[in-house]
Design a protein around this ligand. Sequence first.
Ligand SMILES: [Zn+2]
Length: 105
Amino acid sequence: MSAIGERIIRCASCDGFGWFEDEFSGEVEDCDWCAGAGYVYRDGAGRDSPIPPADYVSVAGELERLELERLRELGYQGSAKKPWRQAIRKDTRLGLDPYDDEESS
Ligand SMILES: [Zn+2]
């Protein structure tokens, strides 16, 4: 399904977060531009399109690399705090601890 020249870039609308928080209501909404992924395909003509969920598996490595890059820009050092433990990820899919370990013990 990859078009020629297609690559994955950080979503220009939500800057990789995948969601917006309404500053008045505090409600969190998925970004329409990237369908909540935080990243989009950009084709050779410069058009962006959301990454279909069916593609997530095949692009997971690339998304992880981009996400690490983004977290590093934000000052995330890669060991102190996992993304799903960051307050900024609360109420998003990334706010779920994938390992469900004993954080509370
Ligand atoms: Zn977005």
